[in-house]
Ligand binder design. Structure first.
Ligand SMILES: *[C@@H]1O[C@H](CO)[C@@H](O)[C@H](O)[C@H]1NC(C)=O
Ligand SMILES: *[C@@H]1O[C@H](CO)[C@@H](O)[C@H](O)[C@H]1NC(C)=O
Ligand SMILES: *[C@@H]1O[C@H](CO)[C@@H](O)[C@H](O)[C@H]1NC(C)=O
Ligand SMILES: *[C@@H]1O[C@H](CO)[C@@H](O)[C@H](O)[C@H]1NC(C)=O
Ligand SMILES: *[C@@H]1O[C@H](CO)[C@@H](O)[C@H](O)[C@H]1NC(C)=O
Ligand SMILES: *[C@@H]1O[C@H](CO)[C@@H](O)[C@H](O)[C@H]1NC(C)=O
Ligand SMILES: *[C@@H]1O[C@H](CO)[C@@H](O)[C@H](O)[C@H]1NC(C)=O
Ligand SMILES: *[C@@H]1O[C@H](CO)[C@@H](O)[C@H](O)[C@H]1NC(C)=O
Ligand SMILES: *[C@@H]1O[C@H](CO)[C@@H](O)[C@H](O)[C@H]1NC(C)=O
Ligand SMILES: *[C@@H]1O[C@H](CO)[C@@H](O)[C@H](O)[C@H]1NC(C)=O
Ligand SMILES: *[C@@H]1O[C@H](CO)[C@@H](O)[C@H](O)[C@H]1NC(C)=O
Length: 559
């Protein structure tokens, strides 16, 4: 062996050194370091040897193979158990370590030539994993906070760490994103651990955003940490006071004040300012006022307990509508009097008034001189937005009755109808100066009544209609002509023409009677001259009946 070494040293100057090869092996695995790459035929090789560079131009032997001999391991140190060679002269280095990153040289003696093939070996190792630790509990909006630490352990070469937000790389900008990386080598294994810390100024949108870190390594298999998320805390920026119901408030409503503030976590306690009265509400954001009145109107505020400058305020107006109608209830007034109606309206805004009389639309009542027709049920309806009030009174106009008309109608030749038209309230009693058949009495709403009787007069009659109630009496007369004569006259004759008609009728009747008397006298004379005796029977009876009728007529006339 010694001799061989000397021999090799002697020949060293004659060596043909080829360009440096490079081999990358995996940490802990067996590294194959090829020799000569088939440049020399195996059959030509007299002897070959693997050695390694110790540094400072010092070499250490690993193994030697002579033609037709088994491999001889010449390594004495740590390499002894780890080196071997395959049939192609490839050095097999097991359990690769970082200290194996050096140059291994294969020396081949073929014929008279000595060849050297140096191979540089790199040992790579992926990081054992990548994980985020020391993560912040929460991130405060806009405040630079150490979000966490990302560690990629035991790699060679050292892994590069990249921070990602929702899978997009974060680029350090020195303000909102500050990334600090460091690499530590293990004193035993020599492997590198890369550590990266991220300082981050969060935005609200970062709430629930996924932060990861990725370790990049020449071996290429990308490692990504499990994601971490954060709640982004921020203090209240907006505060709003809500009023429920939102629409028009009216007296009697329940009013709910709701203080709505943002922030994370959102504030849970508030200070309400109720028209100057401070009320603290804890673990809630509502304050309810029940059965509000117009007095409730005013300015309401709410603010944060720990930051009174965060304040919201609202002007609240409670609508109200009060009406007072004077007079009210049942009012009894004398016809001709005046009546003042006052409707007082107190409302938060302008209102509308709507009057009805006896449930029919009417204008606003004004009574300067009360008439019976003014009697009725008056109602006013006042509306304002969604409020409505009604008030009413019942007006009864009283007074002595007055006969407005007294007339006769000859309806069918059988009887005459007398109509007494009366106005008055309360309803007057009607009486006639003769007995007639009461046909009917029609009452009209505005204190008017029509009283009708049917009579069968046989002579001129002066008939009176008398009406009375507690306030007085009124009487009117009408002359009714007999029905018999009038039959031949114009049926439509009015009572006014009665006297004239009666006169005409009288004349006619007179003439007829005179003609009958003359005729009778002539007939009697002729009969007497023929028979020479009176025959009175029927005639006398007839006279008697006529007399009776006349008597009756005169009696009726006296009534
Ligand atoms: C080589 O090794 C084998 C066993 O590993 C052995 O049988 C053989 O004899 C050896 N050859 C020489 C030349 O030493
Ligand atoms: C040696 O090299 C030859 C050709 O390059 C190859 O076919 C063979 O598999 C190799 N043997 C070993 C043990 O690597
Ligand atoms: C790691 O970062 C360095 C410097 O930025 C770069 O040169 C190198 O290529 C990176 N390595 C990987 C694997 O990305
Ligand atoms: C107001 O609230 C009370 C109970 O707090 C309830 O009895 C009443 O009906 C409410 N009034 C209205 C108008 O909702
Ligand atoms: C509401 O208040 C008014 C006076 O403001 C009162 O007359 C009424 O009885 C109250 N209603 C209730 C339900 O408390
Ligand atoms: C409203 O306030 C007035 C005085 O400001 C008071 O006299 C009245 O009783 C109050 N009404 C209600 C319903 O609170
Ligand atoms: C509330 O009303 C008062 C006057 O009535 C007014 O000066 C004030 O600006 C109003 N405030 C709001 C918030 O509307
Ligand atoms: C309206 O308000 C005035 C003054 O406040 C008061 O005197 C009057 O009684 C009120 N009228 C009604 C109908 O409430
Ligand atoms: C009306 O007739 C009744 C009987 O029918 C009689 O008793 C009464 O006296 C008569 N009245 C007049 C005013 O004729
Ligand atoms: C009243 O009498 C008039 C005329 O006879 C008739 O037309 C009317 O229907 C009567 N009214 C009633 C209510 O009987
Ligand atoms: C009826 O009255 C008129 C005048 O009003 C008179 O001319 C007439 O003779 C009277 N007839 C009878 C039957 O009395």
């Amino acid at each position: 062996m010694h001799l061989l070494s000397v021999l090799l040293l002697l020949f060293a100057l004659l060596c043909q050194v080829t360009a440096l090869g490079t081999v990358t092996g995996l940490y802990g695995k067996t590294v194959s370091i090829p020799c000569n790459y088939g440049a020399i035929k195996a059959a030509d090789i007299m002897m070959m040897k693997w050695k390694y560079n110790k540094g400072d131009a010092q070499f250490g032997d690993l193994l030697v193979k002579q033609k037709d001999q088994n491999v001889s391991i010449s390594a004495t140190n740590d390499y002894r158990g780890r080196v071997n060679m395959d049939a192609n002269f490839t050095l097999l280095l097991s359990e690769a370590k970082l200290t194996d990153e050096r140059t291994f040289t294969c020396m081949v003696v073929a014929g008279a030539d000595i060849h050297e093939f140096p191979v540089t070996v790199h040992i790579y190792k992926s990081p054992a994993g990548v994980e985020i630790s020391d993560e912040a509990k929460e991130l405060e909006f806009g405040k630079l906070t150490k979000l966490g630490k990302c560690v990629a352990r035991d790699a060679n070469p050292a892994a590069n760490i990249t921070w990602l937000r929702n899978n997009k790389p974060l680029v350090a900008d020195g303000k909102g994103i500050i990334i600090k990386n460091s690499v530590d080598g293990d004193s035993v294994t020599g492997l590198s651990t890369t550590t990266s810390t991220l300082e981050y100024s969060a935005e609200k949108a970062d709430n629930e955003a996924q932060f990861t870190c990725r370790a990049d390594h020449p071996l290429g298999n990308k490692l990504v940490s499990s994601p971490v998320t954060f709640t982004i805390t921020y203090s209240t920026e907006h505060i709003d006071l809500q009023v429920i119901p939102q629409n028009r408030l009216v007296e009697g409503d329940n009013l709910t004040l709701k203080c709505v503030a943002d922030g994370n976590p959102a504030p849970t306690s508030f200070m309400f300012d109720l028209k100057g009265n401070a009320v603290k509400v804890e673990k809630g954001n509502v304050y309810t006022l029940t059965n509000i009145s117009r007095n409730t109107s005013g300015v309401y505020k709410c603010s944060l307990i720990d930051n009174p400058s965060m304040e919201a305020s609202r002007n609240i107006t409670v609508n109200y509508l009060d009406i007072n109608l004077s007079p009210s209830g049942k009012i009894v007034k004398r016809a001709g009097e005046t009546l003042d109606i006052t409707l007082q309206i107190n409302s938060s805004t302008t209102s509308k008034v709507h009057w009805t009389k006896d449930f029919k639309q009417s204008s606003e009542p004004k009574f300067t001189k009360l008439a019976y027709s003014d009697s009725g049920f008056y109602e006013c309806k006042v509306t304002m937005e969604n409020l409505e009030r009604t008030a009413s009174f019942e007006l009864v106009v009283t007074g002595a009755p007055k006969i407005k008309g007294l007339k006769e109608i000859n309806e069918d030749g059988q009887q005459k109808i007398l109509i007494c038209e009366v106005e008055g309230s309360p309803k007057p009693a009607v009486s006639w100066s003769i007995n007639g058949t009461l046909l009917n009495e029609t009452s009209f709403p505005n204190g008017n009544i029509e009283h009708k009787i049917a009579v069968v007069p046989s002579a001129n009659l002066t008939v009176s209609c008398t009406v009375s109630n507690e306030f007085g009496t009124d009487t009117k007369l009408i002359v009714v002509s007999p029905l018999f004569e009038e039959v031949r006259m114009d049926k439509q004759d009015e009572a006014k023409n009665g006297d004239k008609t009666l006169l005409v009728v009288g004349v006619v009747v007179g003439l007829v009677i005179a003609a009958v008397v003359i005729g009778l006298a002539y007939w009697l004379y002729m009969k007497k001259s023929k028979q020479g005796s009176w025959k009175t029977g029927e005639k006398e009876n007839g006279s008697l009946e006529e007399e009776k009728k006349l008597e009756e007529n005169s009696q009726k006339a006296e009534v």
